[in-house]
Design a binder for this molecule. Structure first.
Ligand code: KIV
Length: 259
């Protein structure tokens, strides 16, 4: 799709009912993300999510997908060593039905990406804001804003691609950095708060329906758009999300970050 110039519409999903609706709506990539810790389990962070949780939710989703590509998150510490990453990925692919695994990491995880990739496991790397590091960072905030951090992220992205990553997620970075990293890589780049110039977009399902615990508490991230607003039903809301990503009308400037 990147080669053909078609924008990729990605969305998270955690159960059968939504898997059917998302697949019908034309979502290209479905992620069983560790965001389930926040939107399904109601926790403040993703760090308590385990491989068992991801396996369970993938098993709910995978049988119902006819066309979407299924990516599963490797949760916190489940890829702390290459051997552990392999064992966790094996479960996600063989038990849970995932077609690719995603891990948060910079160049420090390149060895793990290579270890998985050389064993036939498709890997999506996740750079920028890495929610699994919340307790080291202290709070969620935009990454790569100064020139040194931006240059480092560009180098990390290239290193992860060279290590064998097949897909990249960029979260919460200035639009200019999202554009530059996408231009410098050959693999598709999916943004979440990374501007309009990536190969596609991903959002959390409950965020675009405006039903997450965070939305209920009045905390909505800048990059989120409520697609339920004005839609007669959920199916239409998701179709509108896919259409907006494909047409490049999401994200608009108000959903983007400056440098
Ligand atoms: O866990 C998740 O849902 C994610 C997306 C926000 C990219 O990692």
């Amino acid at each position: 799709m990147r080669g053909a110039g078609e924008r990729i519409a990605a969305l998270t999903c955690y159960d059968a009912s939504f898997a059917i609706i998302e697949d019908r709506a034309g979502v290209d990539v479905i992620l069983v993300g560790d965001s389930l810790g926040m939107v399904m389990q109601g926790r403040a962070t993703t760090t308590a999510v385990t491989v068992d949780h991801i396996v369970y939710h993938c098993q709910c989703v995978a049988p119902h997908l006819k066309r979407a590509f299924l990516v599963a998150d490797l949760p916190f510490l489940s890829y702390a060593t290459p051997e552990r990453a392999l064992a966790s990925s094996q479960r996600l692919m063989q038990e849970a039905g995932a077609q690719m695994v995603k891990l948060e990491g910079n160049r420090d995880q390149a060895e793990i990406v290579e270890y998985l990739a050389t064993r036939g496991i498709p890997v999506c790397a996740h750079l920028g804001l890495r929610p699994q590091l919340i307790h080291k960072m202290g709070r969620f905030r935009v990454q790569g804003r100064d020139a040194a951090a931006a240059a480092e992220m560009r180098r990390d992205a290239k290193t992860l691609q060279d290590a064998g990553a097949d897909l990249m997620v960029l979260e919460c970075i200035p639009s200019s950095l999202g554009r530059d990293i996408t231009a410098e890589l050959d693999i598709p780049v999916i943004g979440i708060g990374a501007g309009p110039d990536t190969s596609g977009q991903i959002l959390v399902l409950q965020d675009i329906l405006n039903i997450s615990p965070q939305a209920s508490a009045g905390h909505t991230a800048r990059f989120v758009r409520n697609f339920m607003s004005g839609a007669p039903d959920i199916q239409t809301a998701l179709e509108r999300y896919v259409a907006a990503v494909k047409a490049g009308t999401y994200p608009a400037p108000e959903q983007c970050f400056g440098g």
